[in-house]
Design a protein around this ligand. Structure first.
Ligand code: HEC
Length: 128
């Protein structure tokens, strides 16, 4: 009987160890503005959204402060709430005002790319 109990505990312990390793692997990494989003912004947005470009409703995407602040029409980022953030609204089809971004480009952002922006906002829109 003693050996049976010992085997039972051994099994329980190994399952617990395996499980903890599994959950560690699944932990999501935090989205970084500079590492994950700036490469997309520099490639797809910045040419129109910088200080010396006209007609972009004054929305500059060159610095963290400007990205969060937004343009003339609306604040771009509501910290923690991607569903209320105009930046996300403008990346999806049929925004309430103007056109879906990036303007004039047939290739819009992929769902995964939009999700990176969403996750960054939901994680507190940090200057990271
Ligand atoms: C070819 C130029 C161009 C590109 C590229 C572009 N935009 Fe724009 N953007 C504009 C113009 C022009 C406006 C104003 C008209 C409108 O809202 O449709 C605008 C408006 C916006 C606004 C709303 C600002 C406000 O307060 O009205 C957001 C947010 C925005 N763009 C985000 C982006 C993002 C994010 C990207 C890259 C994925 C991007 N744009 C790429 C030209 C561009």
């Amino acid at each position: 009987m003693k050996t049976l109990t010992a085997i039972f505990f051994l099994c329980a312990i190994s399952i617990a160890i395996l499980y903890s390793q599994e959950t560690k692997k699944e932990e999501k990494k935090e989205i970084s503005l500079s590492k994950d989003l700036m490469p997309i912004i520099n490639k797809r947005c910045i040419k129109c959204h910088q200080p010396d470009s006209d007609g972009d409703n004054g929305y500059m995407m060159d610095t963290y402060e400007n990205i969060v602040k937004g343009g003339k029409y609306k604040k771009a980022v509501v910290v923690g709430k991607s569903e209320e953030s105009y930046l996300i609204t403008k990346l999806l089809p049929n925004p309430p005002k103007g056109k879906q971004m990036p303007l004039f480009s047939k290739k819009k952002l992929t769902e995964d790319e939009v999700n990176l922006f969403k996750q960054w906002i939901n994680e507190g829109a940090k200057d990271n």
